[in-house]
Design a protein around this ligand. Sequence first.
Ligand code: ADP
Ligand code: MG
Length: 665
Amino acid sequence: MYRQTDPISALKGVGDKTAMSLKKLGVETVGDLIMHLPVRYEDYRPPVTVCDGEVGNVISVKAVICQSPILRRSGRRSILTVTAACDGIPVNMIWFYMPYLKSKLQKGSVFVFRGKLTKTRFGFGFEQPLLYSAEEYEELSGSLMPVFRSGEGITSTKIRKLIRQALDDLEPSEDPIPLFIREKYGLMEKLEAINIMCFPEKKEDILPARRRLVFGEFLDFILGIRKMRQEGSALTNPYDLHRDEITTGFVDRLPFDLTDAQKKVFCEIKSDLTGPTLMKRLLQGDVGSGKTILALLALMLVSENGYQGAMMAPTEVLARQHYDNFTRLFSEYDIPFRLILLTGSMTPKEKRDAREKIASHGADIVIGTHALISEGVKYDRLALVITDEQHRFGVRQRDKLAAKASESGEGDSFMPHIMVMSATPIPRTLAIIIYGDLDISVIDEMPPGRIPVKNCVVGTNYRKKAYDFIKEQLRKGHQAYVVCPKINGEDESEGENVIDYTDVLRENLPPAARVEYLHGKMRPAEKEDIMERFLKGEIDVLVSTTVIEVGVDVANATVMMIEDAQRFGLAQLHQLRGRVGRGKAQSYCIFINGSGDPEKQARLDILNHSNDGFEIAGEDLKMRGPGDVFGIRQSGVLQFAVGDVFTDNMILKEAAEAADIILGL
Ligand code: ADP
Ligand code: MG
């Protein structure tokens, strides 16, 4: 019998290597494993003929190999092509990096090919199709095959087998949601829900199972927040922060006026800092609305009164960018406060120096990443903690940084003022639930003079034009982003990937164009380096996963091209679009709908018509409706494992209600 707390190595077939691979996916215990739910399901329908298949969709066809396959090499890449006949119609198959398939593809043999159907002037085709014998396919037919997020050294198939093994021999455990709540809201038991999610018999079973898990996840979260609020509610403000001459003098000298919305928020911050109780404020504002300057002003206010302030950013690049910006502003305006940077990728000596400066109050303002909350960092009179782009941080991390303050007083233990900044356009009703422990300020106005980004939503046949367009922008000295949903072609799902796409762009752009890629699985130092070079203009086109979504500011980038845009949530696409249009030049966003599906096109068209994050999120919600299983995790908001605060907002409301019942409120 396995217990959920058992380490993953307790399972048969999990050695050190597999355990390491799983750990990289965040799976360390048997309990983690069974909650590593499928990201989607493969639906194996009987093969069709190519003429019946819709171009752009994943279909299966039965076809006979008509000629011997041809294997070519182009650089590191091997290209295998063969023509097969499906009911007499020729279909061109192509595989990259799979030379070993050659021997299997004997002339005259019959296979079921499964992949996304394409059509060019050379006829129908498949890129990287999966290959089955007729018998193999027959066996899969009609089943819903779960596909799990895989990683280096571990496939979806292996994960599926391990989950089966764990679930088959799992010690029963008590459901964390009390029975009366489950009865009231019609929720099945947790383990049953997990079983159904991982191995559904019918599509209809999935939704209720998923609802149960999302409910549990939201309930946990809300109970945590309610608890924080009870514990931390209305703590007395122990800091004397009434001085503000330097800070307001700085505001007066800035080359621009604060917008009315910014002025209002600045007043709120000032009155929080000088008020009777501690600040706990969420600062919400669309990308580009100018949140950073408000963070700086708040940090300056505490410095001016002899205290320290800290600001935590979700990525190294962002932390460094804030640090550089602030340093430049301070020297330009003769501001006497001392800044220091602390990030994980600094050398041990640099870190030690930084920690010493922080502890001895040789720095007033500390900017950094997670490193700010690591062991060994001691503050001196820390009065304010700001976290940027909150949705990348858990509530727990925010807590941990806050706890740092209580170590930094002399004798007395004080909590700091807390400000959280977010560009996530959550409707106010949801924000109140999610950020229940915070007061909310909204910046609902953009700085004047922004040139709106020009958008288009197009099919894959527009790519050639898009490359020409990028070429033209590069010629004008600008830079471009290209976003793909996947890192590499290894996992079986469809969609463009960063690694191969980088090759494609290098082939399609002039040789002088410097094209590099960036994704979340690269080492931090590598990522740093790439971002740094893009920032300095030493890279022209950055091909990336959504890791660039958060906060970076490269004003010279004027094009954002998003491949398979239909696979992202609209809110997330809006965030990505916010990466351009930050400078004086006209910027462009090209959304490629890789599916050809008109319904998806209609959803993407919302982005064409609106530039307002709140409106977009609302429209998205209306179109997708709650419980859209395959929309899971698309919006990129607050990292829940299963739930999505947009599509599951009904469940969120119910969970909030249930939390009140449990707490007797
Ligand atoms: P975000 O809210 O996305 O964090 P930023 O704080 O990065 O936005 O601001 C985007 C840009 O707008 C920055 O270059 C900033 O200097 C500029 N900015 C901020 N406030 C104003 C303002 N009131 N007038 C003009 N420009 C502003
Ligand atoms: Mg920002």
